[in-house]
Ligand binder design. Structure first.
Ligand code: VGL
Ligand code: ZN
Length: 202
């Protein structure tokens, strides 16, 4: 068992990011046994859940003529337009049925504001609006964070980089993550994580 300063953050292990889902990540469900084992090894355990309203601005379907996986410009910067995914209350937004959710101390939902996406578990994509996770982890006494989940190059990487900037010691277990890898996004995310001081482990 890790000591009480270590927290596990499990990012977005939801049906829509697993095979058969609306924004399926290849092999997304393969990481679940390892994540379940990790959940038993930490005293602070947080799950995140991508949780969008149907009119969310990150959905290509809400932009006339826009194709899924194309790029657009939002007031807060560039934004990939995604297939409709993780709509609040749908089966796609639910955690994968094999994920052991009972051990979680906290489930933090993100992306619930229609006008702004939120890849990171700490800040929305404007890099300014907090989710509250930083305060939760600090008040629990966490200083070291281990991240796993989906997808390596979007929500995991954004969360890891924000956590490092907030002063946490951060490790991403790449073997317990899977990537979307859109136009080189995985290689970029790995470089960006390393530059932010995130430790990448297998
Ligand atoms: C994610 C794209 C859109 C993720 C969430 O969990 O990595 N990616 N929404
Ligand atoms: Zn999303």
């Amino acid at each position: 068992m890790r000591d009480a300063t270590h927290a596990l953050i499990v990012i977005d292990v939801q049906n829509d990011f697993c095979p058969g889902g609306a924004l399926a990540v290849a092999g997304g469900d393969e990481i679940i046994p390892r994540i379940n084992a990790l959940l038993a090894d930490f005293q602070i355990r947080v799950l995140t859940q991508d949780w969008h309203p149907a009119d969310h601005a990150s959905f290509a379907a809400n932009h006339a003529g826009a194709a899924p996986f194309s790029l657009t410009e939002m007031p807060y910067g560039p934004q990939v337009l995604w297939p409709v995914h993780c709509v609040q209350g749908t089966a796609g937004a639910a955690f994968h049925p094999r994920l052991a959710t009972d051990p979680a101390d906290l489930v933090i939902r993100k992306g619930f504001r229609a006008a702004i996406d939120s890849y990171s578990a700490f800040f929305e994509n404007d890099h300014a609006t907090p989710t509250g996770l930083d305060g939760y982890l600090r008040s629990r006494g966490a200083t070291h964070l281990t991240l796993a989940g989906l997808a390596t190059d979007f929500c995991v990487a954004y969360s890891a980089i924000d956590a490092a900037r907030l002063g946490f010691s951060v490790t991403v277990l790449e073997g317990a993550c899977r990537a979307i890898d859109l136009d080189g996004s995985l290689a970029r995310a790995r470089d960006d994580m390393r530059a932010a001081g995130v430790r990448l482990e297998a």
